[in-house]
Design a protein around this ligand. Structure first.
Ligand code: FE2
Length: 376
């Protein structure tokens, strides 16, 4: 057991070398960025933000950035076949390529992380246009996924140098999504602790929660998970690996279809989950369905909550509590034809946890979907 002094020192040592100000953006490599951007505007309520492509002097790709409150998504597609983006899509299908983190000093972030064993994906690079300059650097994480470090203190443009403002006649209203709460990675058999070690050593994160296969198993399948957090808690990366069960783990299904390790889900925060999910559903976002019996003894399990049970049950929103409060959450179906990336919508009311009390109901719902696909 560590003493309070030792753990205090440990926390200080952990927060020092890589101060993060949250998620800057999430970049997806997709087969058709123009249509993907349209989907996220229509279905999720993002607004057009910025564009780069042949018209702006970029020859090999087109990228569309969209924004909703503090959330920025970028959709990038290759324009030619002899291209690393094309290779990525051939191997993985559509998926998350970059989890970009906001830093004050991208040069220091790169030096500190590569010094600790992080593999460089891009040395610190200055991008400039008439709106100022941005320094970016990058390191590799699990699979073909990258972490970019973005230093934008001296930049006033809409997104990044190289992008032009994307003005559109089509501006659907927001669904109330606010910011990235956490991003979950699926890694291979026996790889979870390796990546936990990577986030501890290279990025100075701490393991704040662990779930073993006793916490996360149904009659059929299992997984293990550890939640990694940076010092101020703005950036949280749970890491999942499959565990042995009677049938195929959902993480294994992901690894099969993504053809390797990658981002399983991105959790998006809202201040009013009932309003947000009602809006998302009416725009065609599909969610996992939960049996109505889940709500029968809900208040006995989680205590008193502010929300009416009726809309929660109608929408299939899950509730869990911890020592500090409760949270409401719901999960979309995969947002592409491969059973890979999906989204979580989450509203926290004090709780800092991840819905452990919902794992069983949730994973049974996932298995019903897996079974329909013939992959259980
Ligand atoms: Fe999650």
């Amino acid at each position: 057991m560590s003493t309070p002094i030792a753990s205090g020192m440990q926390a200080a040592a952990h927060t020092d070398f890589l101060p993060l100000h949250g998620t800057d953006y999430v970049e997806f490599y997709v087969g058709n960025a123009k249509q993907a951007a349209h989907f996220y505007k229509t279905a999720f309520g993002f607004q057009s933000l910025a564009y780069s492509g042949p018209e702006t002097g970029v020859r090999d790709r087109a990228s569309y950035a969209v924004r909703q409150n503090k959330l920025t998504f970028v959709f990038t597609t290759p324009l030619r076949t002899d291209n690393e983006i094309a290779d990525h899509i051939y191997k993985h299908g559509d998926g998350v390529k970059v989890l970009a983190l906001k830093v004050e000093d991208a040069t220091s972030a790169w030096k500190e992380t590569t010094k600790r064993g992080g593999e460089s994906a891009m040395e610190p690079t200055v991008l400039e246009d008439k709106h100022g300059k941005v320094v970016v650097s990058a390191i590799k994480t699990y699979g073909d996924t990258l972490h970019y470090f973005i230093e934008r203190g001296q930049y006033n443009g809409v997104f990044l140098p190289g992008f032009v403002e994307w003005k559109s006649e089509y501006n659907p209203t927001s669904t109330g999504l606010q910011y990235v709460d956490h991003c979950v990675g699926n890694v291979g058999w026996n790889q979870m602790n390796k990546w936990v070690g990577f986030y501890e050593t290279v990025l100075g994160f701490r393991n704040i929660l662990s779930f073993d296969d006793n916490d996360i198993s149904t009659e059929y399948s299992a997984l293990m998970s550890k939640v990694m957090s940076n010092g101020n808690g703005y950036v949280k990366f749970p890491i999942n690996e499959p565990a042995e069960g009677k049938k195929k783990s959902q993480v294994e299904e992901y690894l099969d279809f993504y053809n390797g390790e990658g981002v399983q889900h991105v959790a998006l925060a809202t201040n009013d989950i009932i309003e947000t999910v009602t809006a998302l559903k009416s725009r065609g976002v599909e969610f996992l369905s939960i049996p109505t019996s889940y709500y029968d003894d809900l208040e006995e399990r989680v205590g008193k909550i502010d929300e009416d049970l009726k809309p929660l049950a109608e929408l299939g929103i899950l509730v869990d509590s911890d020592d500090e409060g409760y949270l409401l959450q719901i999960f979309t179906r995969p947002v592409e034809d491969r059973p890979t990336l999906f989204f979580e919508i989450i509203q926290r009311k004090g709780a800092k946890s991840f819905g452990k009390g919902n794992f069983k109901a949730l994973f049974e719902a996932l298995e019903r979907e897996q079974e329909k696909r013939g992959n259980l």
